[in-house]
Design a protein around this ligand. Structure first.
Ligand code: FRU
Length: 489
């Protein structure tokens, strides 16, 4: 059953004693708990926030509603890692409840200055008529993870021309200046990104909109991010309200990027290539990036989407974050690879090298529910090749390459518990390849698949039975060689 508004907009202190503990207990028994992904102890996780390297560690926060699988009163929850592979929970970071964030500490970002981590976020408020009033707020965190919210917002007004859908500041520094992008909706109900500038992170000057070619591209752009790499400017955002076009934009909301020339912050003109989706899977949204001390650009996304139901809802929790991915650019396209540190999670290793001809081959000792698999498919003389995983007699998730239509296909129609049909069960993506490298990370209720070293990525939740563990390799109408390595996680 759905929660009432009153139940959704409660602070933790207002819960009857024992409510959260009981929920946490229930959640801990869920068969879908992940082994190595960041997930909430109870309730709902959404956007990654404040992703930063500070004081010798990575800090990654997320949007959190503690009481159930709903979008209610949002907190920032804090996790920390020395290596981008093992994460530790710190606890609640930003608590909503001040005059400027009475109805949620919404998404935002982090930046280090004077040995502190500054967290800029959207304070969500609602007035008596339930009209939304967003404020852009600031908090600072010290080396002991102690967080102090500023008394006043740093941006108190939505500039004229934009609606109350105005949120998710992402800050960066360029030379001596700070900039931030904010996701916005114009009065004519189209989405865009606006730019602010500051000398000190405290006083922000509204510069105006980032001028792209996308003047009518959905009704709201959430979670923008901007960075530069190899003499390109890259603007990431999650637009809402884009119509499906064949294999494109099949999810309920999208997430993607524009690659262009570096943004001219004076004219705000951004010359760019067409919008591209970041991930071709079913469950990916609201990504955020940060830079590592050795100069890598790392991206984490929310492995989920708003407004969809998931099988874990019944158990009082929903969603997890994706694994961190390193971004690079190739031919004006973003390439995403799992960060190299993930090899630290590898345990027992197994190898195979087999020829498959007009059949689906299963190897007795090649199975699991949480593992990394790298599979090179070579000498392909077949119409279709692929891998079935989390498979049993009646369940399987299938990633295949179709040489006739030249497309990658992820099929989760037989994965296990059904997922909202609204979102469909097959994702396709045009792809040209002679050989295939399928690199995948299977966790108890998810999979992330990187094709040919990050040319395409498919991220999905799946809900198979615990006993669906087989991994099978197939070639149809011909043959192929499969060389695979698997590590238990
Ligand atoms: C994106 C989003 C953001 C907002 C946050 C609230 O999923 O809607 O725009 O800040 O979630 O949790």
């Amino acid at each position: 059953k759905k929660m009432t508004r009153e139940e959704k907009y409660r602070y933790i202190e207002q819960a009857p004693p024992g409510e959260l503990e009981r929920l946490r207990e229930k959640v801990s028994k869920s068969p879908w708990r992940q082994k190595y992904h960041i997930q909430p102890q109870s309730g709902l996780l959404n956007d990654p926030n404040g992703f930063s390297y500070y004081n010798g560690a990575y800090h990654l926060f997320y949007q959190w509603f503690p009481f159930g699988p709903e979008h209610g009163m949002k907190y920032w929850f804090h996790t920390i890692s020395k290596d981008l592979a093992h994460w530790e929970e710190v606890g609640i970071a930003i608590k909503p409840g001040g005059p400027y964030d009475s109805h949620g500490a919404y998404s935002g970002s982090g930046i280090v200055k004077d040995n502190k981590l500054y967290l800029m976020y959207t304070g969500n408020t609602r007035d008596h008529s339930w009209v939304r009033h967003p404020f852009q707020c600031m908090a600072e965190m010290d080396q002991h993870h102690s967080i102090t919210k500023f008394n006043q917002p740093v941006i108190s007004h939505v500039p004229s021309g934009y609606t109350d859908h105005f949120r998710d500041p992402k800050v960066w520094k360029s030379n001596e200046d700070y900039f931030c992008v904010i996701g916005a909706q114009r009065d004519n109900k189209t989405g865009c990104v606006v730019l602010y500038q500051s000398k000190d992170l405290l006083q922000w000057v509204f510069k105006g909109e980032i001028l792209t070619d996308l003047n009518k591209f959905g009704y709201m752009w959430e979670c923008p991010d901007y960075f530069e790499m190899d003499e390109h400017g890259i603007l990431l955002f999650s637009p809402q309200g884009i119509e499906q076009e064949k294999e494109k934009y099949n999810n309920i909301y999208q997430s993607g990027y524009l690659v262009g020339k570096p943004l001219d912050v004076t004219s705000r003109i951004f010359e760019h290539q067409p919008f591209k989706e970041l991930d071709k899977g079913f469950d990916f949204y609201a990504q955020q990036t940060t830079e590592t001390p050795d100069g890598r650009r790392i991206l984490v996304g929310w492995m989920g989407l708003p407004d969809l139901e998931y099988p874990t809802d019944k158990e009082g929790w929903a969603h997890c974050l994706t694994l961190p991915r390193q971004i690079s650019i190739k031919d004006e396209k973003l390439i995403q690879r799992p960060v190299s540190e993930l090899t630290l999670l590898r345990k027992k290793e197994k190898n195979i090298n087999i020829n498959v001809h007009n059949e689906t081959k299963k190897l007795g000792d090649f199975h699991g529910t949480a593992y990394e698999l790298i599979c090179d498919i070579e000498d392909i003389k077949a119409e279709r090749v692929g891998v079935e995983f989390r498979a049993s007699n009646n369940e399987k998730t299938v990633l295949s390459y179709d040489f006739i239509n030249r497309e990658l296909v992820l099929d989760r129609s037989l994965s296990g518990l059904p997922l909202g049909n609204k979102n469909g069960n097959i994702r396709r993506c045009s792809f040209n390849a002679q050989t295939l490298k399928i690199h995948m990370f299977v966790d108890v209720s998810s999979v992330e698949i990187f094709i040919n070293d990050g040319e395409e990525v498919f991220t999905s939740r799946i809900f198979p039975n615990e006993s669906s563990q087989a991994i099978r390799f197939f070639a149809q109408k011909g043959s192929a060689t499969f060389k695979a390595v698997k590590w238990d996680y």
